[in-house]
Design a protein around this ligand. Sequence first.
Ligand code: ATP
Length: 589
Amino acid sequence: MRDTVRRNGPLVALIIVLGFVSATLEGLGIGLVIPLLSIIVGPDGAEGASGLSALFSGIGAGLDPGTRLVAISAVIFALILMKNAVGFANGVISGYVYGKASHAIRIQLAERLLRVGFPFLQKQDPGRLLNIISNESWRVSDAIQTTLSMIVSASCALVLTIFLLLLSWQMTLSVALGLVAIQAIHALVTARVKAPSRALTARNNTMAARMLHVVHSGQLIRIFRQEERERDAFARTSDDLRHAAFVLHRRLSVLPVLTEVMFAGLFLTLVVSAWLANVSFPVIATFVVLLYRLQPYVRGLQGAWGQLRGWSGSIEAVQWLLDPAGKPEAPGGTQDVGPITERIAFRDVRFGYGGETGGDGLVPVLRGVSFDLKAGRSTALVGRSGAGKTTIISLLCRLIEPDRGTILVDDKPLSTIDPAAWRSRIAVASQELELIDGTIADNITYGKPGATRAEAMAAAHLSEAAEFIEATPEGYDTLIGYRGVNLSAGQRQRIALARALLLDPDLLILDEATNAIDGLSEAAILDTLRARSGRKTTVVISHHRKTLSSCDDVILLRDGRVVDELPLERVATLDMEALYDLGADEACD
Ligand SMILES: Nc1ncnc2c1ncn2[C@@H]1O[C@H](COP(=O)(O)OP(=O)(O)OP(=O)(O)O)[C@@H](O)[C@H]1O
């Protein structure tokens, strides 16, 4: 929030200056009520005037009463007009700063989510992140606007207090003492708002997670007939949210009531004591009018303070996401990288999920793996479910970093290579990588937005997606819906494969890219392997023996260790179960 104020420094300064100007105009207008009332009640009413009140009382003294009355009324009207024009300008500027501040917060949140180390996203509850971006960030924008309005209210209150002081310092002192007492009571009440505010943010997180679940798991819920249970769970979460919002609302609602009652008490005490002290009527009247005009600003300040406390849960949530502390850094490295000429070498690489930065977890997943992915060849990673194949792919993509050991690209440590430069040399086709909500062409060219339609069509031919695409009425301009809901699983995989093939990357990773595709398309993968052979490097994870036996090299993994680098003849002759069990005895701890 401080950042926003700093970035819009000149405009915030203008808001403060205009606040002062507006309050001064208002103070002057109210001051002119003294001569106005003096004319109405007669000169006796102005007796005992001193200081500022004497100054105001003397205004237009030389004029006849009728002319003076009209002239003073006209000036008061002009001052009110100017004050409102300044107020309007201030409102427009505040609205502009509010918009800029909201935009800046959303951009910062998006930047954080796009740049933070990937393990952070893996570990977070998506409901919490969604709630912060879509909900809590608005509260923070409101808090910024409220802070601006507090600045204006404070400037106005200050100027009007100066007028009060000049009018009667004794009466102002009594008012100040009264205000301190009101503020103390107010502070006691607002202190009780922080905890319900945090509770509300937590409930909003849960609500967002539930909504995501209902939207994402529509199929699962229907097939397993869990509509009733989900409805009840949704209703419970929604009711908890309602209750948390009500608790906060109830505590905040006390504030304006309390303030109004205490202000009324202060007013009446003041009027009675001023009358007892023989203060002249125009001075009492002007003082009360000034005080009456001061009241909304003081109440505004108190209300804003209470509201800021009410939003403390939202502010903390946004600050937590923006704060880099405790979040994994995006992978580092500055070296450029050329085409892979010899190998990508894993040397005693160890990794376990679960630590703060993704790795260094208690349960080791890779327990010192060493193998080579030879340039210009295709290598299959084989192993039972949970053996660590996808973890190796994540390391290759630098989504996670090894806890120990090194990955070398032609003898250059991968950790020293600029991640963007490295990723420009690789492409992945995996069922984990979703499609975007756009056209088929948008999806195929996602990794290379400037690619031509001809390039997209060539990639679609390679992945055997072209036939079904051309059979649709809109062809490459067909909208595929959210995550490709308008397509079959096999069609989605072919488009995902085309997306990777379009890049003709130095390293192509096919992570179970074919499991929803029929035999014909598996043949397309085999063709791809052949076409890349001797030219580019490919890594394949598959449970299809035919695909595996088309690779040049096969690496067998078991429980996070490399069991064997298998000769191809054995892959061709063994069934998958026998393949996974090869060397089982040596692999045991
Ligand atoms: N994000 C994660 N957090 C914690 N543990 C994980 C995570 N991802 C994977 N694991 C664990 O790491 C181990 C290896 O998982 P990995 O996905 O690498 O296996 P895999 O060989 O690709 O399996 P599959 O063939 O089923 O995809 C598994 O025991 C899994 O439970």
